[in-house]
Design a protein around this ligand. Structure first.
Ligand code: KG4
Ligand code: ZN
Length: 342
């Protein structure tokens, strides 16, 4: 089945064409095309995403990306299914995609399915080139760690279609903490890649920042206290030199990664997971990837994460989630649902 998918929940306008096959037992995806138009430069002066600017840019970019695909020779008439992210996300941004998708579905008389953005992230590991070699019986039960700008959660996945949330952040998402700490260090938005770059030249053990909720016997997180600890540190010891900034960045990253990794591995042990599935924008972080990979290896568990271009928001992941939802017969209302949960 050929799926055309659209994603506009935040600050990336994205379209993709994905060939899906294999059914729920052995889902396989071939990404024929994935285009992303990033608005980072537009939002950067504001230090974060401005919803109405995002809406304006999506409205401008959607037809441009669509034409680009057509010019490349792809024909929407061959699509078996259209898919659109309906939430969670910024409401004005979500609406632009929803309306665009509805118009396409009407014009070309195609079925349209609504997708949960978070399910898209979770399934993004299936888009990797070597994912078709995976046997689902070797993957599940799995522990999925979803880390993005808006969410931080641990899920237990019994199978591709059955999961339960084990824990989540009680305040800031970890990506949000990266972005806020970057701002404290006068680094540009988005902060994740900037903190990672600075960390490479800093010492992770230079400052002992708190590891929030690490000792609690649950799978929840809290990152706002960690951010505040960085704020107080900088108030007491302003980071004037590049080296001081790098030490703060690296020490913050060590604290965040340690909590994420330890809690994820505890969940994996408690549920006898066969694999660890990492996803979301923060999954692009090499330190986090390496640490989880190593811990998984020690316990003979698989470590599954998307290839780099599918960590941050994209539409190929929306197509993957659409395929699973379609096979499950799961229908969502085709309207913007800013607070949609998983
Ligand atoms: O999944 P995503 O693209 O959008 C949401 O659904 O939120 O995630 C964006 C988040 C931002 O907070 C960004 O700073 C973070 O992912 N991020 C990173 C890295 N690349 C992106 N965080 C840490 N290290 C990175 N390399
Ligand atoms: Zn996302």
């Amino acid at each position: 089945m050929i799926i055309w998918s659209i994603e506009t929940s935040c600050d990336e306008t994205a379209l993709a064409i994905v060939e899906a096959s294999g059914g729920l037992r052995a889902p396989k995806f071939k990404v024929l095309r994935s285009v992303v138009s990033s608005q980072i430069e537009i939002h950067r002066p504001f230090g974060g995403v401005v919803p109405n600017l995002a809406k304006r840019e999506h409205l401008k970019n959607l037809p441009i990306l669509f034409e680009e695909l057509e010019k490349d020779g792809f024909d929407i008439k061959k699509a078996g299914l259209l898919a659109i992210t309906v939430g969670p996300g910024l409401e004005p941004a979500l609406w632009t995609g929803v309306n665009f998708a509805k118009e396409l579905a009407k014009k070309y008389k195609k079925p349209l399915i609504g997708v949960n953005h978070l399910e898209g992230h979770i399934y993004s590991f299936l888009l990797s080139k070597n994912a078709p070699l995976l046997k689902m019986k070797d993957v599940f039960p799995a522990i999925a760690l979803l880390v993005s700008g808006g969410h931080t959660m641990i899920l237990k996945m019994e199978s591709i279609k059955k999961w339960r949330r084990m824990g989540e952040t009680r305040d800031d998402a970890v990506g949000e903490a990266y972005d806020k700490v970057a701002r404290l260090l006068d680094l540009p938005y988005p902060g994740g890649p900037e903190i990672e770059r600075m960390s490479a030249i800093g010492k992770g053990d230079a400052i002992r920042f708190p590891r929030p909720m690490l000792d609690q016997k649950n799978y929840d997180f809290s990152f706002s206290g960690l951010k505040t600890a960085v704020l107080y540190r900088l108030r007491d010891y302003p980071a004037k030199k590049e080296k001081d900034k790098a030490d703060v960045a690296a020490s913050f990253q060590e604290a965040a990664v340690e909590v994420l990794v330890k809690k994820t591995m505890r969940a994996a042990e408690a549920t006898k997971a066969k694999s660890i599935i990492l996803s979301g924008g923060v999954a692009a972080n090499q330190r986090l990837r390496e640490a989880l990979k190593e811990e998984a290896k020690k316990r003979k568990m698989k470590f599954l994460a998307p290839e780099m271009r599918f960590n941050t928001d994209n539409a190929a992941m929306v197509a993957a989630a659409a395929y699973v939802a379609k096979l499950r017969g799961k229908k969502r209302r085709i309207t913007a649902q800013a607070n949609l949960s998983i």
